[in-house]
Design a binder for this molecule. Structure first.
Ligand code: FAD
Ligand code: MLT
Ligand code: ZN
Length: 475
Protein backbone atom coordinates (compact mmCIF):
# COMPACT_ATOMS: atom_id res chain seq x y z
CA UNK A 1 0.00 0.00 0.00
CA UNK A 2 2.73 2.48 -0.69
CA UNK A 3 3.22 5.13 -3.28
CA UNK A 4 6.95 4.29 -3.42
CA UNK A 5 5.96 1.37 -5.60
CA UNK A 6 5.26 4.00 -8.21
CA UNK A 7 7.84 6.70 -8.67
CA UNK A 8 6.06 9.97 -8.06
CA UNK A 9 7.17 13.17 -6.40
CA UNK A 10 4.99 15.70 -4.60
CA UNK A 11 4.49 18.84 -6.65
CA UNK A 12 5.02 22.21 -4.94
CA UNK A 13 1.45 22.79 -3.77
CA UNK A 14 0.83 24.57 -0.48
CA UNK A 15 0.35 22.57 2.69
CA UNK A 16 -2.97 23.00 4.51
CA UNK A 17 -2.48 25.39 7.44
CA UNK A 18 -4.59 26.18 10.51
CA UNK A 19 -5.73 29.35 8.72
CA UNK A 20 -6.84 27.25 5.74
CA UNK A 21 -8.84 24.96 8.03
CA UNK A 22 -10.54 27.98 9.57
CA UNK A 23 -11.36 29.39 6.12
CA UNK A 24 -12.70 26.03 4.90
CA UNK A 25 -14.78 25.73 8.07
CA UNK A 26 -16.45 29.02 7.13
CA UNK A 27 -17.29 27.60 3.66
CA UNK A 28 -18.65 24.21 4.84
CA UNK A 29 -19.38 24.65 8.55
CA UNK A 30 -19.18 21.40 10.51
CA UNK A 31 -18.23 19.47 7.38
CA UNK A 32 -14.44 19.75 7.50
CA UNK A 33 -13.19 16.31 8.52
CA UNK A 34 -9.75 16.10 10.11
CA UNK A 35 -10.19 13.10 12.41
CA UNK A 36 -7.49 10.59 11.36
CA UNK A 37 -9.83 7.66 11.94
CA UNK A 38 -12.48 9.09 9.65
CA UNK A 39 -9.81 9.85 7.07
CA UNK A 40 -8.53 6.28 6.96
CA UNK A 41 -11.08 4.85 4.48
CA UNK A 42 -11.14 7.77 2.00
CA UNK A 43 -7.33 7.64 1.80
CA UNK A 44 -7.35 4.02 0.55
CA UNK A 45 -8.77 2.74 -2.73
CA UNK A 46 -11.36 -0.04 -3.04
CA UNK A 47 -8.73 -2.56 -4.16
CA UNK A 48 -6.45 -1.55 -1.26
CA UNK A 49 -3.55 -1.00 -3.63
CA UNK A 50 -2.83 2.69 -3.08
CA UNK A 51 -2.89 4.94 -0.05
CA UNK A 52 -2.76 8.70 0.29
CA UNK A 53 -2.09 10.81 3.35
CA UNK A 54 -4.73 13.51 3.16
CA UNK A 55 -5.44 15.27 6.43
CA UNK A 56 -8.63 16.99 5.32
CA UNK A 57 -11.89 15.86 3.75
CA UNK A 58 -14.66 18.30 2.86
CA UNK A 59 -18.34 17.48 2.49
CA UNK A 60 -20.04 20.23 0.49
CA UNK A 61 -23.81 20.10 -0.02
CA UNK A 62 -24.22 22.54 -2.89
CA UNK A 63 -22.51 23.55 -6.11
CA UNK A 64 -21.93 27.00 -4.59
CA UNK A 65 -20.02 25.41 -1.73
CA UNK A 66 -17.90 23.42 -4.20
CA UNK A 67 -17.27 26.67 -6.09
CA UNK A 68 -16.17 28.44 -2.90
CA UNK A 69 -13.88 25.55 -1.99
CA UNK A 70 -12.20 25.50 -5.39
CA UNK A 71 -11.89 29.29 -5.56
CA UNK A 72 -10.14 29.21 -2.20
CA UNK A 73 -7.88 26.24 -3.07
CA UNK A 74 -7.01 27.78 -6.43
CA UNK A 75 -5.97 31.01 -4.82
CA UNK A 76 -3.97 29.25 -2.10
CA UNK A 77 -2.47 26.70 -4.53
CA UNK A 78 -3.91 23.76 -2.59
CA UNK A 79 -4.37 20.47 -4.47
CA UNK A 80 -7.74 18.74 -4.45
CA UNK A 81 -8.86 15.16 -5.05
CA UNK A 82 -12.57 14.77 -5.93
CA UNK A 83 -14.14 11.62 -4.52
CA UNK A 84 -17.48 9.92 -5.10
CA UNK A 85 -18.13 6.39 -3.86
CA UNK A 86 -14.41 5.52 -3.95
CA UNK A 87 -15.07 2.35 -5.98
CA UNK A 88 -12.71 3.24 -8.83
CA UNK A 89 -10.34 0.55 -10.07
CA UNK A 90 -7.32 2.67 -11.01
CA UNK A 91 -6.47 4.63 -7.86
CA UNK A 92 -8.01 7.83 -9.21
CA UNK A 93 -10.24 8.75 -6.29
CA UNK A 94 -7.74 8.67 -3.46
CA UNK A 95 -5.16 11.37 -2.83
CA UNK A 96 -1.56 10.57 -3.70
CA UNK A 97 -0.01 12.84 -1.06
CA UNK A 98 -1.89 15.35 1.10
CA UNK A 99 -4.47 16.61 -1.42
CA UNK A 100 -7.73 17.82 0.11
CA UNK A 101 -10.47 15.27 -0.52
CA UNK A 102 -13.67 16.85 -1.79
CA UNK A 103 -16.38 14.25 -1.27
CA UNK A 104 -19.78 14.35 -2.99
CA UNK A 105 -21.35 12.16 -0.28
CA UNK A 106 -23.75 14.89 0.89
CA UNK A 107 -24.65 16.07 -2.62
CA UNK A 108 -27.35 13.45 -2.95
CA UNK A 109 -30.50 15.34 -3.91
CA UNK A 110 -32.68 14.56 -6.90
CA UNK A 111 -33.47 17.85 -8.61
CA UNK A 112 -36.20 16.74 -11.01
CA UNK A 113 -37.59 13.80 -12.94
CA UNK A 114 -39.76 14.15 -15.99
CA UNK A 115 -42.15 11.22 -16.30
CA UNK A 116 -42.77 11.61 -20.03
CA UNK A 117 -39.23 12.18 -21.34
CA UNK A 118 -37.53 10.14 -18.59
CA UNK A 119 -34.98 12.88 -17.99
CA UNK A 120 -33.51 12.75 -14.50
CA UNK A 121 -31.61 15.70 -13.07
CA UNK A 122 -29.72 15.11 -9.84
CA UNK A 123 -26.72 16.10 -7.78
CA UNK A 124 -23.45 14.29 -8.42
CA UNK A 125 -23.38 12.42 -5.11
CA UNK A 126 -26.55 10.37 -5.67
CA UNK A 127 -25.76 6.67 -5.24
CA UNK A 128 -26.46 4.76 -8.47
CA UNK A 129 -28.64 2.12 -6.82
CA UNK A 130 -30.78 4.77 -5.15
CA UNK A 131 -31.31 6.52 -8.47
CA UNK A 132 -32.21 3.18 -9.98
CA UNK A 133 -34.84 2.55 -7.33
CA UNK A 134 -36.23 6.07 -7.73
CA UNK A 135 -36.71 5.88 -11.50
CA UNK A 136 -37.88 2.24 -11.45
CA UNK A 137 -40.72 3.20 -9.14
CA UNK A 138 -41.73 5.58 -11.91
CA UNK A 139 -41.48 3.04 -14.74
CA UNK A 140 -37.97 3.88 -16.00
CA UNK A 141 -34.42 2.55 -15.62
CA UNK A 142 -31.06 4.26 -15.33
CA UNK A 143 -29.19 3.47 -18.57
CA UNK A 144 -26.18 2.38 -16.51
CA UNK A 145 -25.69 -0.54 -14.14
CA UNK A 146 -22.59 -1.98 -12.52
CA UNK A 147 -21.51 -4.21 -9.66
CA UNK A 148 -20.54 -1.19 -7.54
CA UNK A 149 -24.08 0.30 -7.77
CA UNK A 150 -24.59 0.20 -4.00
CA UNK A 151 -21.68 2.61 -3.40
CA UNK A 152 -20.72 4.47 -6.59
CA UNK A 153 -22.05 7.98 -7.22
CA UNK A 154 -23.50 9.15 -10.52
CA UNK A 155 -20.88 11.93 -10.57
CA UNK A 156 -18.13 9.32 -10.23
CA UNK A 157 -19.77 7.27 -12.98
CA UNK A 158 -19.75 10.25 -15.32
CA UNK A 159 -16.23 11.28 -14.28
CA UNK A 160 -14.98 7.80 -15.24
CA UNK A 161 -17.41 7.33 -18.14
CA UNK A 162 -18.23 3.98 -16.56
CA UNK A 163 -19.38 1.30 -18.99
CA UNK A 164 -20.91 -1.55 -17.03
CA UNK A 165 -23.57 -4.11 -17.73
CA UNK A 166 -26.11 -2.20 -19.82
CA UNK A 167 -23.84 -0.48 -22.32
CA UNK A 168 -24.68 -3.03 -25.01
CA UNK A 169 -28.31 -1.90 -24.88
CA UNK A 170 -28.26 1.77 -23.94
CA UNK A 171 -24.85 2.88 -25.15
CA UNK A 172 -22.21 4.91 -23.36
CA UNK A 173 -22.79 7.81 -20.97
CA UNK A 174 -21.48 10.00 -23.77
CA UNK A 175 -24.87 9.52 -25.37
CA UNK A 176 -27.21 9.28 -22.40
CA UNK A 177 -25.82 12.16 -20.33
CA UNK A 178 -27.67 15.18 -21.66
CA UNK A 179 -26.16 17.87 -19.49
CA UNK A 180 -23.70 18.56 -16.70
CA UNK A 181 -22.98 21.23 -14.16
CA UNK A 182 -19.27 21.44 -13.45
CA UNK A 183 -17.18 23.60 -11.15
CA UNK A 184 -13.91 24.55 -12.79
CA UNK A 185 -10.55 24.70 -11.05
CA UNK A 186 -10.83 28.43 -10.31
CA UNK A 187 -14.33 28.08 -8.85
CA UNK A 188 -16.30 29.12 -11.95
CA UNK A 189 -19.63 27.29 -12.18
CA UNK A 190 -20.18 26.00 -15.71
CA UNK A 191 -23.89 25.38 -16.08
CA UNK A 192 -24.47 23.09 -19.07
CA UNK A 193 -27.22 21.22 -17.25
CA UNK A 194 -29.68 21.10 -20.14
CA UNK A 195 -32.08 18.26 -20.82
CA UNK A 196 -32.18 18.46 -24.60
CA UNK A 197 -31.72 15.45 -26.85
CA UNK A 198 -30.40 17.64 -29.60
CA UNK A 199 -28.24 20.71 -29.16
CA UNK A 200 -25.61 21.56 -31.74
CA UNK A 201 -24.81 25.02 -30.48
CA UNK A 202 -21.05 25.14 -30.56
CA UNK A 203 -18.72 22.58 -28.99
CA UNK A 204 -20.23 19.91 -26.76
CA UNK A 205 -18.30 20.93 -23.65
CA UNK A 206 -19.84 18.35 -21.35
CA UNK A 207 -17.99 15.63 -23.29
CA UNK A 208 -14.70 17.05 -22.00
CA UNK A 209 -15.71 16.27 -18.45
CA UNK A 210 -17.20 12.84 -19.12
CA UNK A 211 -14.32 10.45 -18.47
CA UNK A 212 -11.94 13.21 -17.31
CA UNK A 213 -11.55 11.56 -13.89
CA UNK A 214 -11.71 14.74 -11.84
CA UNK A 215 -8.76 16.36 -13.60
CA UNK A 216 -10.66 19.10 -15.46
CA UNK A 217 -13.46 20.06 -13.10
CA UNK A 218 -15.71 18.81 -10.32
CA UNK A 219 -19.04 17.53 -11.64
CA UNK A 220 -21.77 18.79 -9.34
CA UNK A 221 -24.98 17.83 -11.18
CA UNK A 222 -26.01 15.50 -13.97
CA UNK A 223 -28.92 15.37 -16.40
CA UNK A 224 -29.40 11.86 -17.76
CA UNK A 225 -31.90 10.26 -20.10
CA UNK A 226 -33.58 7.20 -18.58
CA UNK A 227 -35.26 4.69 -20.91
CA UNK A 228 -38.61 3.06 -20.06
CA UNK A 229 -38.38 0.04 -17.78
CA UNK A 230 -38.68 -3.15 -19.86
CA UNK A 231 -41.67 -5.20 -18.72
CA UNK A 232 -40.18 -8.57 -19.64
CA UNK A 233 -36.69 -9.51 -18.51
CA UNK A 234 -35.08 -12.93 -18.91
CA UNK A 235 -31.62 -14.14 -18.03
CA UNK A 236 -29.98 -17.24 -19.50
CA UNK A 237 -26.81 -18.61 -17.95
CA UNK A 238 -25.02 -21.00 -20.28
CA UNK A 239 -21.93 -23.19 -20.33
CA UNK A 240 -19.74 -23.23 -23.45
CA UNK A 241 -17.02 -25.77 -24.30
CA UNK A 242 -14.52 -23.25 -25.71
CA UNK A 243 -14.00 -19.59 -26.50
CA UNK A 244 -14.75 -20.13 -30.19
CA UNK A 245 -18.18 -21.39 -29.09
CA UNK A 246 -18.65 -18.31 -26.89
CA UNK A 247 -18.12 -16.12 -29.96
CA UNK A 248 -20.42 -18.27 -32.08
CA UNK A 249 -23.06 -18.09 -29.36
CA UNK A 250 -22.74 -14.30 -29.44
CA UNK A 251 -23.23 -14.21 -33.22
CA UNK A 252 -26.25 -16.52 -33.01
CA UNK A 253 -27.63 -14.48 -30.15
CA UNK A 254 -27.37 -11.22 -32.04
CA UNK A 255 -29.00 -12.79 -35.04
CA UNK A 256 -31.87 -14.47 -33.19
CA UNK A 257 -32.51 -12.16 -30.24
CA UNK A 258 -31.64 -8.94 -32.03
CA UNK A 259 -33.62 -6.08 -30.54
CA UNK A 260 -34.37 -7.74 -27.19
CA UNK A 261 -30.76 -8.56 -26.31
CA UNK A 262 -29.68 -6.31 -23.41
CA UNK A 263 -26.49 -7.92 -22.05
CA UNK A 264 -23.92 -10.45 -23.15
CA UNK A 265 -21.33 -11.12 -20.47
CA UNK A 266 -18.79 -13.91 -20.17
CA UNK A 267 -16.58 -15.49 -17.50
CA UNK A 268 -14.14 -18.38 -17.57
CA UNK A 269 -13.99 -21.47 -15.34
CA UNK A 270 -11.36 -19.88 -13.07
CA UNK A 271 -13.78 -17.04 -12.27
CA UNK A 272 -16.50 -19.53 -11.40
CA UNK A 273 -14.02 -21.37 -9.17
CA UNK A 274 -13.23 -18.13 -7.31
CA UNK A 275 -16.84 -17.03 -6.75
CA UNK A 276 -17.48 -20.52 -5.39
CA UNK A 277 -14.41 -20.53 -3.18
CA UNK A 278 -14.63 -17.02 -1.74
CA UNK A 279 -18.34 -16.18 -1.91
CA UNK A 280 -19.87 -19.67 -1.72
CA UNK A 281 -21.98 -19.11 -4.82
CA UNK A 282 -22.88 -22.35 -6.57
CA UNK A 283 -22.47 -22.87 -10.28
CA UNK A 284 -26.01 -23.24 -11.66
CA UNK A 285 -25.03 -25.35 -14.70
CA UNK A 286 -22.64 -28.20 -15.51
CA UNK A 287 -19.00 -27.25 -15.13
CA UNK A 288 -17.66 -25.79 -18.38
CA UNK A 289 -14.55 -23.96 -19.58
CA UNK A 290 -16.65 -20.81 -20.21
CA UNK A 291 -19.95 -19.34 -19.11
CA UNK A 292 -22.06 -16.67 -20.71
CA UNK A 293 -24.82 -14.60 -19.20
CA UNK A 294 -27.40 -13.36 -21.66
CA UNK A 295 -30.10 -10.93 -20.69
CA UNK A 296 -33.10 -10.00 -22.78
CA UNK A 297 -35.28 -6.98 -22.08
CA UNK A 298 -38.45 -6.37 -24.00
CA UNK A 299 -42.07 -5.39 -23.79
CA UNK A 300 -43.82 -8.68 -24.50
CA UNK A 301 -43.13 -11.65 -22.19
CA UNK A 302 -44.64 -14.18 -24.58
CA UNK A 303 -42.80 -12.86 -27.61
CA UNK A 304 -39.45 -12.75 -25.77
CA UNK A 305 -39.88 -16.24 -24.29
CA UNK A 306 -40.61 -17.64 -27.73
CA UNK A 307 -37.53 -16.00 -29.22
CA UNK A 308 -35.35 -17.13 -26.35
CA UNK A 309 -36.48 -20.74 -26.54
CA UNK A 310 -35.78 -20.79 -30.30
CA UNK A 311 -32.31 -19.46 -29.61
CA UNK A 312 -31.63 -21.98 -26.82
CA UNK A 313 -32.78 -24.83 -28.99
CA UNK A 314 -30.40 -23.71 -31.69
CA UNK A 315 -27.28 -23.28 -29.50
CA UNK A 316 -27.88 -26.44 -27.48
CA UNK A 317 -28.65 -28.44 -30.60
CA UNK A 318 -25.52 -27.32 -32.41
CA UNK A 319 -23.23 -27.95 -29.44
CA UNK A 320 -22.26 -24.30 -29.00
CA UNK A 321 -23.72 -24.56 -25.53
CA UNK A 322 -23.51 -27.69 -23.40
CA UNK A 323 -25.80 -26.76 -20.53
CA UNK A 324 -27.95 -23.82 -19.52
CA UNK A 325 -30.48 -22.42 -17.11
CA UNK A 326 -33.09 -19.73 -17.54
CA UNK A 327 -34.52 -17.23 -15.06
CA UNK A 328 -37.60 -15.09 -15.43
CA UNK A 329 -38.37 -14.19 -11.83
CA UNK A 330 -36.55 -11.34 -10.08
CA UNK A 331 -34.97 -13.48 -7.38
CA UNK A 332 -33.37 -15.97 -9.74
CA UNK A 333 -32.37 -13.26 -12.19
CA UNK A 334 -30.51 -11.52 -9.36
CA UNK A 335 -28.88 -14.78 -8.33
CA UNK A 336 -27.54 -15.43 -11.83
CA UNK A 337 -26.32 -11.85 -12.19
CA UNK A 338 -24.50 -12.14 -8.84
CA UNK A 339 -22.23 -14.82 -10.32
CA UNK A 340 -20.97 -12.32 -12.84
CA UNK A 341 -21.22 -9.07 -10.86
CA UNK A 342 -19.39 -10.38 -7.82
CA UNK A 343 -16.26 -11.66 -9.60
CA UNK A 344 -14.45 -8.44 -8.63
CA UNK A 345 -15.21 -9.09 -4.96
CA UNK A 346 -14.12 -12.75 -5.19
CA UNK A 347 -10.84 -11.71 -6.83
CA UNK A 348 -10.12 -9.14 -4.15
CA UNK A 349 -10.44 -11.89 -1.54
CA UNK A 350 -7.97 -14.05 -3.45
CA UNK A 351 -4.95 -11.83 -2.79
CA UNK A 352 -3.24 -8.94 -4.53
CA UNK A 353 -4.99 -8.30 -7.86
CA UNK A 354 -3.26 -7.07 -11.01
CA UNK A 355 -6.13 -5.65 -13.06
CA UNK A 356 -6.27 -5.09 -16.80
CA UNK A 357 -9.32 -3.67 -18.53
CA UNK A 358 -8.82 -4.01 -22.26
CA UNK A 359 -10.71 -3.39 -25.48
CA UNK A 360 -9.67 -6.03 -27.99
CA UNK A 361 -10.89 -7.42 -31.30
CA UNK A 362 -13.44 -10.11 -30.42
CA UNK A 363 -11.65 -12.97 -32.16
CA UNK A 364 -8.49 -12.35 -30.09
CA UNK A 365 -10.24 -11.38 -26.88
CA UNK A 366 -9.26 -14.46 -24.85
CA UNK A 367 -5.84 -15.21 -26.41
CA UNK A 368 -4.00 -13.02 -23.95
CA UNK A 369 -5.51 -14.85 -20.98
CA UNK A 370 -4.33 -18.26 -22.19
CA UNK A 371 -0.98 -16.81 -23.19
CA UNK A 372 -0.40 -15.29 -19.75
CA UNK A 373 -1.52 -18.41 -17.93
CA UNK A 374 1.24 -20.29 -19.72
CA UNK A 375 3.74 -17.46 -19.32
CA UNK A 376 3.18 -16.96 -15.59
CA UNK A 377 2.86 -20.61 -14.59
CA UNK A 378 3.10 -20.95 -10.84
CA UNK A 379 4.12 -17.32 -10.31
CA UNK A 380 0.46 -16.35 -10.27
CA UNK A 381 -2.28 -17.74 -8.07
CA UNK A 382 -4.98 -17.28 -10.69
CA UNK A 383 -5.18 -15.80 -14.17
CA UNK A 384 -8.79 -15.09 -15.09
CA UNK A 385 -10.75 -13.60 -17.96
CA UNK A 386 -14.26 -12.17 -17.83
CA UNK A 387 -16.05 -9.12 -19.05
CA UNK A 388 -18.42 -7.34 -21.32
CA UNK A 389 -18.01 -9.54 -24.37
CA UNK A 390 -20.78 -7.77 -26.20
CA UNK A 391 -18.71 -4.57 -26.00
CA UNK A 392 -15.37 -6.18 -26.88
CA UNK A 393 -14.16 -5.53 -23.33
CA UNK A 394 -11.98 -8.09 -21.56
CA UNK A 395 -11.19 -7.93 -17.84
CA UNK A 396 -7.93 -9.80 -17.47
CA UNK A 397 -7.01 -10.24 -13.82
CA UNK A 398 -4.05 -11.94 -12.20
CA UNK A 399 -3.94 -12.71 -8.49
CA UNK A 400 -0.98 -13.46 -6.24
CA UNK A 401 -0.43 -13.84 -2.49
CA UNK A 402 1.13 -10.39 -2.38
CA UNK A 403 2.40 -7.63 -4.64
CA UNK A 404 5.63 -8.61 -6.34
CA UNK A 405 7.77 -6.35 -8.54
CA UNK A 406 8.99 -9.33 -10.54
CA UNK A 407 5.45 -10.49 -11.35
CA UNK A 408 4.60 -6.93 -12.33
CA UNK A 409 7.67 -6.93 -14.56
CA UNK A 410 6.43 -10.06 -16.32
CA UNK A 411 3.00 -8.53 -16.87
CA UNK A 412 4.00 -5.03 -17.89
CA UNK A 413 4.70 -3.73 -20.43
CA UNK A 414 3.91 -7.14 -22.03
CA UNK A 415 0.12 -6.80 -21.64
CA UNK A 416 0.15 -3.23 -22.95
CA UNK A 417 2.38 -4.02 -25.91
CA UNK A 418 0.21 -7.00 -26.80
CA UNK A 419 -2.89 -4.81 -26.64
CA UNK A 420 -1.30 -2.03 -28.69
CA UNK A 421 -0.36 -4.54 -31.40
CA UNK A 422 -4.06 -5.42 -31.71
CA UNK A 423 -4.86 -1.70 -31.81
CA UNK A 424 -6.88 -2.25 -28.65
CA UNK A 425 -7.38 0.05 -25.68
CA UNK A 426 -5.35 -0.26 -22.47
CA UNK A 427 -8.34 1.07 -20.56
CA UNK A 428 -11.73 0.20 -21.94
CA UNK A 429 -13.89 1.55 -19.12
CA UNK A 430 -12.02 2.04 -15.84
CA UNK A 431 -9.95 5.05 -16.89
CA UNK A 432 -6.30 5.72 -16.09
CA UNK A 433 -6.42 7.33 -12.65
CA UNK A 434 -3.14 7.05 -10.80
CA UNK A 435 -2.14 3.49 -11.63
CA UNK A 436 -2.47 3.59 -15.43
CA UNK A 437 -1.58 7.18 -16.25
CA UNK A 438 1.73 6.30 -17.81
CA UNK A 439 0.28 3.80 -20.30
CA UNK A 440 -1.95 6.24 -22.16
CA UNK A 441 0.61 6.33 -24.97
CA UNK A 442 -0.13 2.69 -25.86
CA UNK A 443 -3.58 3.72 -27.05
CA UNK A 444 -3.22 7.34 -28.19
CA UNK A 445 -0.74 9.08 -30.53
CA UNK A 446 1.67 11.76 -29.20
CA UNK A 447 -0.41 14.51 -30.86
CA UNK A 448 -3.45 13.44 -28.83
CA UNK A 449 -1.43 13.38 -25.62
CA UNK A 450 -0.13 16.87 -26.32
CA UNK A 451 -3.61 18.24 -26.93
CA UNK A 452 -4.78 16.63 -23.69
CA UNK A 453 -1.93 18.35 -21.80
CA UNK A 454 -2.91 21.66 -23.42
CA UNK A 455 -6.55 21.25 -22.44
CA UNK A 456 -5.49 20.45 -18.89
CA UNK A 457 -3.30 23.57 -18.78
CA UNK A 458 -6.14 25.69 -20.14
CA UNK A 459 -8.77 24.47 -17.69
CA UNK A 460 -6.54 24.00 -14.66
CA UNK A 461 -3.44 26.18 -15.11
CA UNK A 462 -2.17 25.52 -11.58
CA UNK A 463 -2.80 21.79 -11.88
CA UNK A 464 -4.64 21.61 -8.55
CA UNK A 465 -7.37 19.19 -9.72
CA UNK A 466 -6.52 15.57 -9.07
CA UNK A 467 -2.77 15.95 -9.72
CA UNK A 468 -0.71 12.85 -10.57
CA UNK A 469 -3.74 11.32 -12.34
CA UNK A 470 -4.81 10.44 -15.90
CA UNK A 471 -2.08 12.24 -17.84
CA UNK A 472 1.43 10.78 -17.99
CA UNK A 473 4.05 12.10 -15.60
CA UNK A 474 6.01 14.76 -17.44
CA UNK A 475 9.69 13.99 -17.44
P1 FAD B 1 -14.71 7.29 -7.36
O1 FAD B 1 -14.06 5.97 -7.29
O2 FAD B 1 -14.90 8.01 -6.09
O3 FAD B 1 -13.87 8.22 -8.36
C1 FAD B 1 -13.48 7.76 -9.62
C2 FAD B 1 -12.79 8.90 -10.38
O4 FAD B 1 -13.71 9.94 -10.66
C3 FAD B 1 -11.67 9.57 -9.59
O5 FAD B 1 -10.68 10.00 -10.49
C4 FAD B 1 -12.34 10.77 -8.96
O6 FAD B 1 -11.44 11.82 -8.69
C5 FAD B 1 -13.34 11.15 -10.01
N1 FAD B 1 -14.58 11.74 -9.49
C6 FAD B 1 -15.49 11.18 -8.66
N2 FAD B 1 -16.53 12.00 -8.48
C7 FAD B 1 -16.29 13.10 -9.22
C8 FAD B 1 -17.00 14.30 -9.47
N3 FAD B 1 -18.18 14.53 -8.91
N4 FAD B 1 -16.46 15.21 -10.29
C9 FAD B 1 -15.26 14.99 -10.88
N5 FAD B 1 -14.54 13.88 -10.68
C10 FAD B 1 -15.05 12.94 -9.86
N6 FAD B 1 -16.55 0.38 -13.81
C11 FAD B 1 -17.05 0.22 -15.05
O7 FAD B 1 -16.81 1.05 -15.93
N7 FAD B 1 -17.85 -0.86 -15.36
C12 FAD B 1 -18.16 -1.80 -14.44
O8 FAD B 1 -18.85 -2.76 -14.76
C13 FAD B 1 -17.66 -1.64 -13.13
N8 FAD B 1 -17.96 -2.55 -12.18
C14 FAD B 1 -17.45 -2.41 -10.94
C15 FAD B 1 -17.74 -3.36 -9.97
C16 FAD B 1 -17.22 -3.27 -8.70
C17 FAD B 1 -17.57 -4.31 -7.67
C18 FAD B 1 -16.37 -2.18 -8.36
C19 FAD B 1 -15.78 -2.04 -7.00
C20 FAD B 1 -16.06 -1.23 -9.32
C21 FAD B 1 -16.59 -1.33 -10.61
N9 FAD B 1 -16.30 -0.39 -11.60
C22 FAD B 1 -16.82 -0.53 -12.86
C23 FAD B 1 -15.41 0.73 -11.30
C24 FAD B 1 -16.13 1.92 -10.60
O9 FAD B 1 -17.22 1.51 -9.92
C25 FAD B 1 -16.55 2.95 -11.57
O10 FAD B 1 -15.41 3.51 -12.12
C26 FAD B 1 -17.43 4.05 -10.95
O11 FAD B 1 -17.98 4.76 -11.99
C27 FAD B 1 -16.73 4.99 -9.99
O12 FAD B 1 -17.69 5.77 -9.28
P2 FAD B 1 -17.36 6.33 -7.83
O13 FAD B 1 -18.45 7.24 -7.43
O14 FAD B 1 -17.03 5.26 -6.90
O15 FAD B 1 -16.07 7.22 -8.15
C1 MLT C 1 -16.72 -5.62 -13.94
O1 MLT C 1 -17.10 -5.64 -15.11
O2 MLT C 1 -16.96 -6.53 -13.14
C2 MLT C 1 -16.00 -4.39 -13.46
O3 MLT C 1 -15.54 -3.58 -14.49
C3 MLT C 1 -15.03 -4.56 -12.36
C4 MLT C 1 -13.84 -5.40 -12.69
O4 MLT C 1 -13.25 -5.24 -13.75
O5 MLT C 1 -13.46 -6.22 -11.86
ZN1 ZN D 1 -16.42 -4.09 -16.32
Amino acid sequence: LTRERYSVRRLPFSVVSEDDLAALERIVPGRVITDPEELEAPNVDWLRTVRGSSKVLLRPRTSQEVAHILRYCHERNLAVSPQGGNTGMVGGSTPVFDEIIVSTALMNQIVSFHNVSGVLVCQAGCVLEELSRYVEERGFVVPLDLGAKGSCHIGGNVATNAGGLRLLRYGSLRGTVLGLEVVLADGTILNCLTSLRKDNTGYDLKQLFIGSEGTLGVITAVSILCPPKPSAVNVAFLGCPGFAEVLQTFCTCRGMLGEILSAFEFMDAECMKLVGLHLHLACPVQESPFYVLIETSGSGAGHDAEKLSGFLEQVLGSGLVTDGTLATDQRRIKMLWALRERITEALSRDGYVYKYDLSLPLDRLYDLVSDLRARLGLHAKHVVGYGHLGDGNLHLNVTAEAFSPSLLGTLEPYVYEWTARQRGSVSAEHGLGFKKKDVLGYSKPPEALQLMQQLKALLDPKGILNPYKTLPTRT
